[in-house]
Structures are given as structure tokens and as C-alpha cells.
Design a protein around this ligand. Structure first.
Ligand code: 9MR
Length: 352
């Protein structure tokens, strides 16, 4: 396998600031040589895009199926890549058969899934998204928690329960609370940032072993501001709490951009660059991951199709796995990133 020279790799640019660089990977990506080469040439960490989710592991109830996840994790081990586990408890990944069970049955199944999965990979993962997308302000609760099967079955303690179990089973993994939409520029997003800080304060007071906030970073070009004082302030407050940050799912939807490729690619690249520079300057960033590497395989064509029918170009490589301007935007930001809080890396709030 041909590796790109190290000097042109995103992971080596990131490493200059002590940061890992990576991407979400599907097991099918490994069938493509150009994609595999781009992963090996640019990444120091990978995230299984769906293979570890509860509904993927548990297609047949009571019968956990880990072979797809195992394949990605051994690919990572063979190539000295770190692995970010995604995700233990997420409302969208509850297996069909468990939606209608009693609370008691649901609690047993959810704990069984968490403990089996965390124990199986203990010592092999860099980090875990223990709980994913726990806030939804539209659900109208004072604490901002999303109404999910987990909340209904365990009550609001479910976050603490999940993190304590994960910490017991895999004490060396960095435990991450992953969230979407914290980075947007709107009154609703500001409300979510406030609720996230309140949630982190509450969990800290109880000694929940959350080490890191996962900021998904599904950005929209022309919507994401170049500077973003409210988000800056939020990241500073997160750092002041002793929490590190991972950018877990970054991509840039171009559905608002003009069709012209050159213009689109330039706007997307600039969105990546300015966003990453901001986060690297304000947070104790452990890792930066995009949600896929190549425009040939992105969730965005389904979720946010362009009105003109042209395929989205939201990632760092084109369909032929050639670097785009966005690759350079990310590299520039990784090289210019100045971290002031890296001594905080790895601290867990409220433990011991
Ligand atoms: O990109 C993922 C897609 O392939 C899966 O079908 C989907 C459901 O499991 O999840 C997508 O990834 C989501 C991630 O797990 C959590 N944050 C939002 C991502 C995009 O929907």
C-alpha cells in the first residue's frame, strides 16, 4: 500500500498541535483502494460510522453481532490508528423490537448492550461517545433533555449511569458527551449552548466521569459565521470547566452555495478553515474528525439534497479521492491552530 508522504498529511499537521485527525469510516470504504489510501495518508484516528450503534450490533434481539465493528477495529490496529467509539446510547439507534417494551426490560437491554460493547473493546479504543444528542430544547423540559426511551426508562440520571458504567468497564477510554447543533448561529443554538453548560455543571457536581465534549460540527456553508463570539464564549466556558473537546463529525453542506464548482469549493474550504481556527484557538481539542472523506459517500445527499440536483461537495476529497480546496483549508487551520489549554487534556470532571 502506497502511503502519501508524511509532510502532506493532515494527521501530521494536526500532530504539531498535539491533535489527532481522522474521519468516520464504513466497513465498505475499506473495499476502495483510493479511499483506504486517503485514510492511511491523512488519519491518525477513525470512527466507525454505524457499525457500533446499538441497532447495528443488535439486528436480532439477544444476539449481538460485532463482526463489522471488529473489522474496522482490526484495520485500525493493523495500521496504528486510534479508534473513536460511536456511540453507546443514542435514541436513534434503539433496536426496533425495544421501542415498545416495559421500562424494566428496556433498562436491562440498554445496560446489557452498553456493558457488553464497552467490555468487548476495553483497552482498544481511544474514546467513546457514551451518550449522543441528549438535548432537544423543543421538547420543552426545563433541563433541556431530549424525550427519549432512555430518559423515560431511567429518568434524567441516565447520563450519569451510562458514564459510570463505561468508566468502570473501560477506564482508559476518554468518555465523550457528543452533541449536535452547538456550533450554529441562531437564538435556538445559543439556548442549546446554555443548556449544555448547565448539564455539564450538574453532571460535574455529581461526579459523572465526562472528560470531553463532542461537538459534531455538521456545518452549512454561508450559514456558519466566520467569527462567532457566542460559540467562542461557550468553548471558553467548556475549557474553564476542565473539559476537552473533540470535533467529532465535521462536514460542510453546500446546499446554499452557487452551483459553480470553483465557487462552491472555495466557500466550503473557507468555512472549514475559519471554523477550525476558531475551535483550535478556544478549546482544548483532542481530535478533529470529518464525517467521511470523499464526496462520493456522504449522508448529506440524502439529508440535504441541493435544489439544482447537483451532488453535494461537502468533504475534503472528491469522488475520485483527489484532494479538494477544503483539504487545504483544513490543513492551513491545523497548522495555524494555537492551543492554550492543552495541559488540560485528559482531565475528567469531578472524578475521585
Ligand atoms: O452518517 C450516518 C448514516 O450513515 C447512518 O445511516 C445514520 C443512522 O445510523 O447515522 C448517520 O450518522 C449520524 C451520527 O451517527 C450522529 N450524528 C448525525 C449523523 C448524521 O445523521
Amino acid at each position: 500500500m502506497h502511503h502519501e508522504p508524511k509532510k502532506s498529511s493532515l494527521s501530521s499537521a494536526a500532530a504539531q498541535n498535539g491533535v489527532l485527525f481522522g474521519t468516520a469510516v464504513c466497513s465498505s470504504d475499506l473495499l476502495s483502494q483510493p479511499i483506504t489510501r486517503a485514510i492511511l495518508g491523512n488519519c491518525s484516528i477513525i470512527t466507525p460510522e454505524y457499525e457500533l450503534k446499538w441497532d447495528a450490533v443488535c439486528r436480532v434481539q439477544e444476539n449481538l453481532e460485532y463482526s463489522a465493528a471488529d473489522q474496522l477495529i482490526s484495520f485500525a490496529a493493523d495500521n496504528a490508528l486510534a479508534v473513536h467509539g460511536h456511540t453507546l446510547w443514542w435514541h436513534e439507534a434503539v433496536p426496533q423490537g425495544l421501542q415498545m417494551t416495559s421500562d424494566k426490560q428496556f433498562r436491562e437491554a440498554a445496560l446489557n448492550h452498553l456493558t457488553s460493547t464497552a467490555a468487548r473493546y476495553a483497552g482498544q479504543l481511544h474514546s467513546w461517545d457514551v451518550v449522543n444528542e441528549s438535548l432537544e430544547l423543543d421538547h420543552g423540559r426545563r433541563d433541556g433533555l431530549r424525550e427519549t426511551r432512555f430518559l423515560a426508562a431511567f429518568g434524567p440520571d441516565y447520563i450519569e449511569i451510562a458514564f459510570r458504567e463505561a468508566a468502570l468497564l473501560d477506564p482508559n477510554a476518554i468518555l465523550v458527551l457528543n452533541e449536535m447543533g452547538l456550533e450554529y448561529d441562531s437564538p435556538a443554538a445559543e439556548g442549546k449552548r446554555r443548556q449544555m453548560l448547565a448539564l455539564l455543571e450538574r453532571e460535574k457536581a455529581r461526579g459523572t466521569p465526562i472528560a470531553c465534549l463532542g461537538v459534531q460540527s455538521h456545518l452549512t456553508a454561508l450559514e456558519q459565521p466566520r467569527d462567532h463570539p457566542d460559540f467562542r464564549r461557550f468553548l471558553r466556558e467548556v475549557r474553564a470547566m476542565g473539559l476537552s473537546v473533540m470535533i467529532t463529525e465535521m462536514d460542510v453542506s453546500d446546499h446554499l452555495c452557487p452551483r459553480d464548482r470553483k465557487q462552491r469549493d472555495a466557500i466550503v474550504a473557507e468555512t472549514y478553515r475559519s471554523y477550525l481556527e476558531l475551535v483550535l484557538a478556544e478549546a482544548d481539542v483532542l481530535a478533529v474528525s470529518t464525517w467521511g472523506l470523499s464526496d462520493g459517500r456522504t449522508w448529506l445527499n440524502g439529508f440535504r439534497p441541493r435544489l439544482d440536483g447537483a451532488p453535494q461537495r461537502p468533504l475534503l476529497f472528491d469522488r475520485a479521492a483527489r484532494r479538494k480546496q477544503a483539504w487545504h483549508g483544513v490543513r492551513d487551520a491545523l497548522l495555524s491552530g494555537r492551543q492554550t489549554g492543552s495541559e488540560l487534556s485528559g482531565l475528567r470532571i469531578g472524578t475521585d
